[in-house]
Ligand binder design. Structure first.
Ligand SMILES: [Zn+2]
Length: 318
């Protein structure tokens, strides 16, 4: 951008020198170069200001693009509306509905080196990790089809490194306890939570939902469980969303055991305790129960279940 500015002012002074050399004759015209100088100085100042505005802005954006969590910064409908000139005041009403209704962070529990739980009832090579990732992707597609914006904490392929998470968190003012980070290359619950908080700085999530598969020694135990933290800044909203999700599951899966659990500061899951947004953890069934496991391995059940989750989230956020 500086290159453009200096090129412009060089060209300007070159014109002035030529004209002053070719027209030194008349008295009246001797005054004109001074007018030209003044005009050129004013023009140059205006150009510098314009270039600074244009390149100053795009410079900031491109530096953001080089960093992962802020790669797709887009102005919110409110920002767009406030930037509009008064003559465009009639358009924001049409701009608002085109934006996402809710912005939701979906966390596939476990992943990468952490397979989570498993049981003899799941297929060969299938752990909790494979189920939560597929369900997260299905839920994302379902919510996006309903007009919401969805961001996954991970896609099962690209794992944010601990150093990257901590660096971004520090840059963006996201608080974290470095001693909670692991050294074993597992993108574990605390790291995923801090990563979600980093993403939250960009996306301003309405809710974070972490998907999991349950397990118990008692094979007779089955059903769905929703956990939220009752002792953080977002507990009230987390509770509302959790209860609406439970209602939606009871409606769509009559006869299932469905329950919600409030956990306090000392026993809440990381993904419900530390998010800087309302959050909940959903156990989508017991893999140690034959029927639940069969459901979770069934494509029709998965398709139906993500619709139920989406219903519950929408009702909780409304
Ligand atoms: Zn889990």
């Amino acid at each position: 951008m500086n290159g453009n500015n200096s090129r412009y002012s060089n060209r300007g002074s070159g014109n002035f020198q030529r004209s002053s050399q070719t027209r030194p004759r008349r008295k009246k015209r001797r005054l004109r170069p001074w007018v030209k100088i003044a005009l050129l100085v004013i023009a140059a100042l205006i150009l510098i200001l314009i270039f600074k505005k244009i390149f100053g802005k795009s410079g900031k954006e491109s530096s953001k693009e080089s960093t992962k969590p802020v790669s797709t910064v887009t102005p919110t409908p409110m920002q767009q509306a406030s930037n509009n000139t008064p003559t465009e005041a009639a358009t924001p009403t049409s701009a608002v509905p085109s934006g996402p209704k809710y912005t939701i962070c979906v966390d596939a529990g476990h992943g990468f080196a952490d397979g989570g739980t498993s049981s003899e009832y799941l297929g060969t090579g299938v752990n909790e990790r494979e189920i939560t990732l597929d369900m997260a992707k299905l839920l994302k597609a379902e919510l996006e089809a309903r007009g919401h914006q969805v961001v996954l904490t991970h896609d099962g392929e690209n794992q944010p490194k601990e150093s990257e998470i901590m660096q971004k968190a520090t840059e963006l003012g996201v608080s974290y306890n470095a001693s909670y980070f692991t050294e074993n290359k597992v993108f574990h619950a605390y790291e995923r939570t801090i990563w979600a908080n980093v993403l939250n700085k960009q996306y301003n999530f309405d809710v974070m939902i972490s998907l999991h598969v349950n397990a118990l020694d008692d094979a007779s135990v089955s059903g769905y469980q929703v956990y939220f933290c009752s002792t953080n800044d977002y507990s009230a909203k987390s509770e509302v969303i959790s209860k609406k999700l439970v209602e939606a599951m009871k409606t769509d899966f009559p006869g299932k055991n469905v329950s919600t659990y409030a956990r306090n500061n000392s026993n809440a899951f990381y993904v419900t305790k530390y998010p800087t947004m309302p959050s909940l953890l959903l156990e989508m069934g017991f893999c140690t129960n034959k029927d639940d496991a069969a459901d979770m391995m069934n494509d029709e059940w998965r398709a139906k279940y993500v619709k139920t989750i989406a219903d519950g989230l929408e009702q909780g956020l409304a």
